[in-house]
Design a protein around this ligand. Structure first.
Ligand code: TRP
Length: 480
């Protein structure tokens, strides 16, 4: 711990396993389940996967370790931890600015994340109803949504967007669950949830993947994900791989720093960071091997984004033996992944506000959660009745985006890379070297590798993402 830290947390994980599960829970989320597989499939298969894995190892892992070590050394929320480490290193306390960016990023990511998680709850409801009617009809092993046409199934998503009361109700429910858990505290809330949700998530993931491999078109899925097509590796694709690695590992959004502050002194951070990165990447790849055999078996197009999970997959479940049950389990799995992520998205800003205002944990969780909830309603409305509202009309990259996409784009393209860049400069160049080296728990060659990656590779690579995110025309110039 840093000497002279006046503020600080008194909370802590009860074991290393609890920390690893909570951190993996933060990392594994909606980003792994649909964004990664689609990007991989569309952007060169094996070639993209190779670039992505390279980004994880060379940029993601050093940054994961950096964030956790700042948290554990600073022993407080994201802002105070950075300030404590800066103080101990004898450098300007202004460095805390990136702690702020991370908290603001977490706040805004959760506003739209909760809306999407709300869709997931709605689909759990749909699939649950379907499963019970299958049971009632004495056919528990039939396909999902029997008797519906494909148009009816895909039409459900648009209908949900138009159905504002339903959309808001689902967002409300999801925020209530998230706040309820964070309000309970680190050991009684966050840790208990992770210790149940993450093992349940892994069991479902393995079950559905194996089932899909036998009933679906596994060979095509493997081909789609892993056949390397290097001609598709353009600068925008590489840029996208880097951005996805940051988002997927929950970097730049306060989660790892905040969770790091609850880690005990005797946990070795280097290997722990490695486990988190390995688990996150493994889940992304397995998610592809879970989803695509099912999609291909139904003869569907592996189209990107929300349509894949909320439109193509329900059609695929219709054609699958026991699809009614598997579909239900699938949405439960997505829900578990989203919930462990939303918990850590709320914990970052909550830990800060708790220190800053001296409120109790539960009061803070409710107040911060309520603020996020209100902005989330604007995101939900921007899918239909507020679709013409613009948040940043004067900024070309956001000028024609609705509230939802603006917040998503601003956090992903601007805030996350900015914080990640500053984290790398801070840990690689400015923070006290002895303090950093001791926190890593690494020695010899691995320590030297970490130092090189965090000081040189991370700032350059992340700086490029930031530049191209803000000036997309630069990318077009290079690739054209
Ligand atoms: N990693 C999460 C996912 O893949 C999303 C995310 C980004 C996140 N930043 C975060 C989750 C901070 C928790 C905390 O879906």
């Amino acid at each position: 711990m840093v000497a002279g830290a006046q503020t600080g947390t008194t909370e802590g994980w009860s074991s290393r396993t609890a920390f690893v599960l909570a951190a993996v829970g933060a990392a594994v989320g909606l980003g792994n389940l649909w964004r990664f597989p689609t990007l991989a499939g569309e952007s060169g298969g094996g070639a993209f996967v190779a670039v992505y894995v390279g980004c994880v190892i060379l940029i993601g892992l050093p940054l994961v370790l950096s964030e956790i070590l700042i948290g554990r050394a600073g022993r407080s929320d994201a802002v105070d931890s950075v300030r404590n480490v800066a103080k101990a290193s004898g450098i300007s306390e202004k460095w805390q600015i990136f702690g702020w960016f991370e908290i603001i990023a977490a706040f805004f990511i959760l506003t739209f994340y909760s809306v999407v998680a709300g869709w997931v709850i709605y689909y759990i409801g749909v699939m649950l109803g379907d499963f019970f009617s299958a049971l009632g009809a004495g056919e528990p092993l039939r396909g999902a949504l029997a008797g519906e046409t494909s148009e009816q199934i895909t039409g459900r998503m648009g209908a949900l967007f138009e159905n504002v009361p339903m959309l808001v109700a689902m967002h409300t429910l999801f925020m209530l669950i998230t706040i309820g858990i964070v309000a309970q505290g680190v050991t009684d809330g966050i840790e208990k949830a992770a210790m149940f949700l993450m093992p349940a998530f892994f069991v479902l993931l393995v079950l559905i993947t194996i089932y899909g491999a036998f009933t679906g078109d596994f060979g095509r899925a493997v081909e789609f994900l892993f056949t390397p097509d290097f001609s598709k590796l353009t600068p925008p694709v590489i840029n996208e791989a880097l951005g996805q690695a940051l988002f997927s590992m929950s970097l730049g959004s306060a989660a790892l720093m905040t969770y790091g502050a609850y880690v005990s002194r005797d946990t070795k951070l280097g290997p722990t960071a490695g486990m988190i990165g390995f688990a996150d990447t493994g889940v992304a790849i397995i998610a592809g091997l879970m989803i695509f055999p099912i999609v291909f078996a139904a003869g569907l197009d592996p189209a990107g984004g929300p349509t894949l999970v909320f439109q193509s997959l329900p059609i695929a479940f219709q054609n699958m033996p026991a699809g009614s049950l598997i579909g239900l389990l699938f949405f439960v799995l997505v829900f578990f992944a989203a919930l462990t992520s939303s918990i850590s998205l709320l914990e970052g800003p909550t830990a800060w506000a708790k220190e800053a205002f001296g409120w109790s944990r539960s009061k803070t969780a409710w107040i911060v959660g309520l603020c996020i909830y209100v902005v989330g309603i604007a995101c939900a409305l921007s899918l239909s009745i507020w679709s013409d509202v613009r948040l940043l009309p004067f900024w070309d990259i956001f000028a024609d985006q609705n509230i939802f996409d603006t917040i998503d784009g601003f956090t992903g393209k601007i805030l996350l890379p900015t914080s990640a860049f500053l984290t790398a400069i801070f840990v690689g160049w400015r923070a006290d070297r002895k303090l950093v080296d001791a926190e890593t728990g690494l020695q010899g060659g691995t320590l030297a590798a970490f130092r090189f990656l965090v000081a040189w590779v991370c700032p350059i690579a992340v700086g490029l993402i930031l530049l191209f995110g803000i000036f997309p025309e630069l990318l077009t110039a290079i690739s054209g």
